[in-house]
Design a protein around this ligand. Structure first.
Ligand SMILES: CC(C)(COP(=O)(O)OP(=O)(O)OC[C@H]1O[C@@H](n2cnc3c(N)ncnc32)[C@H](O)[C@@H]1OP(=O)(O)O)[C@@H](O)C(=O)NCCC(=O)NCCS
Length: 257
């Protein structure tokens, strides 16, 4: 009981210290990522003489170009920092929040948060995002499309070929539950569609060709069979992909002429 009280009272000051530490870490890692862009900007500044009427516009455009260079540079810098911060990935199990495994989880995911808060939305649905997740430890097959920024614990997630992760899906391998951090691997098969804004929680397994409906919440540890369609909150099996439930609608060209 005494130990529990101590932990509860230590949490808020620790959160403050951890946040300040995160800002310092971000200053180092995002600063390093911004360095090539700032060098480019300084070069452009030297090249365009002060009297040039276009100077301000050119420098502004160089700054915006620099932003994109900054974002793409993070794809190399942040995954490399996994080794510098001794946080290669999220560990599997049930952990107290004040424990070394929980620290590893937080430290590892902080790297993804830095990318998410500063640039990630620009690389949704591009191979740059798949590359970032691969370098963070995710197993991603060929032609996978990921249209969400809300992905964490990549080292515990695998996605098969031709799968689509729809807009604003939450795809994580951890939850906070009854005062514990609970983590488990997530396996998504080939040719799966995870619908817009669905939530995939730790321990979920989704078979090849399955469909998770838009807005579905797949409970922790749910097992979706191949070709099955799951929908709702919590998600339940509503059918199979081969089963036709209604006549085909009008062609897309009729809806969007
Ligand atoms: C689940 C889904 C595949 C079903 O589409 P469908 O096969 O055409 O089926 P229907 O629209 O006829 O719906 C069948 C039943 O499921 C229900 N349903 C459909 N979508 C649902 C959803 N998102 N949540 C809960 N129930 C849903 C319908 O109400 C219907 O119920 P009923 O049989 O009791 O009337 C589709 O609604 C969906 O969510 N697709 C995801 C698309 C997506 O987000 N892609 C991501 C990239 S853009």
């Amino acid at each position: 009981m005494v130990q529990r009280d101590f932990r509860a009272s230590a949490l808020t000051p620790l959160q403050v210290v951890a946040s300040v530490f995160l800002y310092l870490e971000a200053a180092l890692l995002l600063g390093l990522s911004a360095y090539p862009a700032v060098r480019l900007w300084a070069l452009v500044s030297d090249l365009v003489p002060r009297g040039n009427p276009w100077r301000l516009l050119i420098l502004t455009m160089a700054a915006v170009l620099g932003y994109f260079i900054f974002g793409l540079t993070q794809i190399a810098v942040l995954p490399a920092a996994r080794w510098l911060t001794f946080s290669l990935g999220t560990p599997v199990g049930h952990f107290a929040f004040l424990s070394f495994p929980a620290w590893r989880w937080a430290s590892y995911n902080a790297l993804t948060l830095m990318f998410r808060f500063s640039f990630l939305n620009w690389v949704r649905l591009t191979p740059f995002l798949n590359l970032f997740h691969r370098l963070m430890g995710m197993k991603i097959g060929k032609r996978v499309q990921i249209n969400t920024a809300v992905v964490g614990d990549q080292n515990l997630i695998s996605i098969g070929d031709d799968t689509v992760i729809g807009g604003d899906v939450t795809l994580v391998a951890h939850v906070a539950e009854r005062g514990k951090l609970v983590t488990a691997p997530v396996r998504i098969g080939r040719n799966v569609t995870v619908g817009i804004m669905a939530v995939i929680l730790p321990g979920c397994e989704i078979g090849d060709g399955a469909v998770i409906a838009a807005g579905a919440v797949l409970s922790k540890g749910a097992k979706v069979g191949p070709g099955e369609i799951w929908a709702g909150v919590p998600a339940r099996r509503i059918g199979r992909k081969s089963e036709s439930r209604r006549p085909p609608g009008p062609p897309v060209s009729a809806i969007f002429p």
